[in-house]
Design a protein around this ligand. Structure first.
Ligand SMILES: [Zn+2]
Length: 249
């Protein structure tokens, strides 16, 4: 099923029958991806007296309570409400769901035990393009990323100048396969988050950051149609399901 997209005077085509899901499934248990020292997600049947919400235990339906943390347990999209005093929510911030995106691959620089994505990296991979969304895949990129235990590992992160540069290009949506765009222990400064959202002086209310995606190795860098969907949480962040469709000219 092909669709034709007319955008800023150009025409693109995409095949909706070939979705590339770059979300990480959220599962119960300790094999689920994890960051920020949160306990594993729990999926538990509701219990009311003798009744247990589990078909295998005699109920007519499966009826589970789910305990998870949007930032620590998988692919999620957040708005500036993540760092603001004002109660901005992702459900109010993200009102459009299709974007032209550029998928890029970066090998972070190593310095003093840190692995850093710099402005130079972003300049090099974008080659002057100004997409609406940038999808950053870091290498190495093993499939084990979908169950990585990131707490205390000082994962790679984005230099604030790189976040500032992405903002200066007018890119509104930043997707990355790491637990955060900032260093794990940065004293609470979150410089890249602040630079990307321009908070608090020129806040970009519609801009979003999506973390803990996974882009398989068989997906090539290039231009894609991005469908970015969330659950309608009135919270700073929601679990999300970014899906790419290759652009065919
Ligand atoms: Zn987050």
């Amino acid at each position: 099923m092909f669709i034709t997209i007319n955008h800023k005077g150009k025409t693109y085509k995409a095949d909706l029958a070939k979705p590339i899901d770059i979300s990480i499934p959220l599962r119960a248990g300790k094999d689920n991806v994890s960051a920020w020292y949160v306990q594993p997600p729990r999926f538990e049947p509701v219990r009311m007296g003798d009744w247990v919400g589990d078909v295998n235990q005699g109920a007519s339906v499966n009826f589970r309570d789910i305990y998870f943390n949007p930032h620590g347990h998988g692919t999620h999209t957040e708005c500036v409400g993540h760092i603001s005093k004002e109660p901005y929510t992702i459900n109010q911030s993200l009102r459009h769901f299709f974007f032209l995106a550029e998928l890029v691959t970066v090998l972070p620089d190593e310095a003093d035990g840190d692995r850093i994505i710099t402005k130079k990296h972003i300049e090099a991979v974008l080659e002057g393009k100004k997409p609406e969304a940038i999808v950053i895949r870091t290498v190495s990129n093993p499939i084990e990323k979908i169950s990585a235990q990131y707490s205390g590992t000082n994962p790679p992160y984005l230099h604030p100048e790189a976040a500032q540069y992405i903002c200066s290009l007018g890119i509104e949506h930043l997707l990355i396969d790491l637990p955060s765009v900032d260093k794990e222990k940065d004293g609470g400064r979150l410089l890249a988050h602040h630079a990307f959202w321009q908070y608090p002086h020129a806040t970009r209310l519609k801009a979003t950051i999506t973390e803990l995606i996974y882009v398989p190795n068989n997906v090539y860098d290039g231009s894609y149609l991005l469908n970015l969907q969330i659950a309608s949480f009135e919270n700073d962040a929601s679990p999300s399901k970014p899906v790419l469709y290759q652009i065919v000219m």
